[in-house]
Design a protein around this ligand. Structure first.
Ligand SMILES: [Zn+2]
Length: 352
């Protein structure tokens, strides 16, 4: 059963309008009522917030109620969580890439026990806020866009094959999202209507479009922005051009991995049989762990090549091992390293 909250020791906070005198007659403002009050969860803990309404004390003025802007900006209407909590959770989730459990732990460290389900709701609220704030963000760049026009960057992602696609239109110079929509299909008329027309409606000059070479996007741009220069995105081109190298690198990585894993297994087995008190065991176990870690590396097309990274890492480990051997940290019964492959060497030097 849900426990009711103990509100006894919750601190009270009163908010009054910044105006103290009537802007029409200059008479002092008097307190008239409490406009609203609620228990609010903020990053500093729970507070009982009161927003007080004031009006003119002069006899001839209309009974306008003045309120505190600061109080209105604490949280969304009828919400018990402050904007600070919602934004912090959104930041943890999307910028720090925290999981729900990690966020729950972080909130607990602020003395805010919030359930996983509720965190999920708050992440939804954060996304709604983010979307609602986008027009204001675009508006702050109005002068820039008026002077320089827009260079559009249009990209579509399909997280799961055959499902909806996420399309994002960004301004390339400022890296600012103008429109983001999920479309059930990548048809040209949908791209035109849902993405390009809303951008056109912003009323700025569109100087050029950058996208991949997708036919539907090309057709949509031709239909909505006739005569607008349309360039293929260099990153997409590089990815395509780099694909053969990326594939070759992946094949090399797979070979290296298979080779080293096969040689590492017997080494680990031998190490596990050695006495734990032997200081060399700790050193060699660390090397094995570093090696396993290096094998986990993954690449990103076109420039982050995992095979080459793994090769570099192996050389680094080999240099380190040689240094260690020179200092006498590695058993002298192990023969000197002659082979160029780190793993082969390591296996060779294991005593039989
Ligand atoms: Zn007045």
């Amino acid at each position: 059963m849900r426990k009711s909250k103990n509100n006894e020791n919750v601190p009270k906070r009163y908010y009054r309008p910044t105006l103290t005198t009537c802007p029409h007659c200059g008479a002092p403002l008097r307190r008239r009522c409490t406009l609203w009050h609620k228990y609010l969860v903020t990053l500093d803990g729970r507070v009982h917030v009161f927003s007080l309404g004031y009006s003119c004390s002069g006899p001839d003025c209309s009974p306008v109620i003045y309120r505190s802007m600061e109080a209105e900006q604490l949280s969304p209407k009828r919400y018990s969580f402050g904007f600070d909590v919602i934004v912090q959770i959104g930041w943890w989730r999307f910028w720090d890439h925290r999981t729900l459990d990690e966020i729950a732990t972080l909130l607990k460290s602020h003395h805010l026990p919030v359930s996983r389900r509720h965190i999920l709701y708050l992440i939804g609220d954060f996304l709604a806020l983010l979307r609602a704030a986008q027009p204001a963000k675009i508006e702050t760049q109005r002068a820039y866009f008026k002077r320089h026009g827009l260079i559009l960057n249009l990209d579509g992602m399909e997280p799961e094959q055959g499902n909806e696609m996420l399309f994002v239109v960004r301004e390339a110079n400022l890296d600012l999202t103008l429109v983001a929509e999920t479309l059930y299909s990548s048809r040209a008329d949908l791209i035109s209507r849902q993405l390009l027309e809303p951008v056109k409606a912003l009323g700025f000059r569109i100087r050029a479009v950058i996208s991949d070479a997708d036919k539907n996007i090309r057709r949509a741009v031709e239909a909505s922005l006739p005569g607008c220069p349309h360039q293929a995105c260099q990153v997409h081109c590089l990815c395509e051009a780099g694909q053969p190298i990326f594939e070759a690198d992946r094949a090399m990585k797979t070979d290296l991995r298979r080779d080293i894993r096969a040689k590492l297994r017997p080494i680990s087995r031998v190490l596990s049989q050695w006495s734990l008190n032997d200081p060399q065991v700790a050193v060699l176990t660390d090397y094995c762990e570093a090696l396993r870690d290096a094998l986990r590396a993954d690449g990103v097309s076109p420039f982050k090549l995992a095979g080459l990274m793994l090769y570099d890492e192996l050389q680094r480990l080999e240099t380190s091992l040689r240094r260690c051997q020179k200092k006498g940290g590695i058993p002298s019964c192990w023969p000197c390293w002659t082979s160029q492959s780190f793993a082969t060497t390591m296996l060779n030097r294991m005593p039989n």
